[in-house]
Design a protein around this ligand. Sequence first.
Ligand SMILES: [Zn+2]
Length: 139
Amino acid sequence: MGTLKEFPYFIEKAEKIKPFWDGLNEESFRTTKCEKCGSLHFPPRILCPQCFGTEISWVDLGKSGTIESFSFVEVPPEGFENPYFLVMVDMHDLGKPILARYIDENPPEIGSSVVMEFEEVNGQKLPVFRQLSKETDNS
Ligand SMILES: [Zn+2]
């Protein structure tokens, strides 16, 4: 069985996108931006897929978005106790959708506004979504 130590290339790449994972642990949604052409990437990149630029900076994005699509996971994978919804959310600051678990008590609706929250799994916080309530509408 191979171990991670046998794949230094992978480790080097993972180290370069570590600010993304650190950002989640700080409850920030962070991704990379190309300094040459200005495009935002998601997932984070070490090389711009638009212009192949290597001058990459990190930017914190807003956490609000709109549900574009969703799916109900009736038979959850190992580690999840109950069935859950997966939502595809068009992130307003990113301009493209990301996929994450939905934790609101009300079922998801296409077109409704949601906000990213964070849930810790094995020491790493991961993004989840909840409906945007009227009181928190200023995010
Ligand atoms: Zn670029």
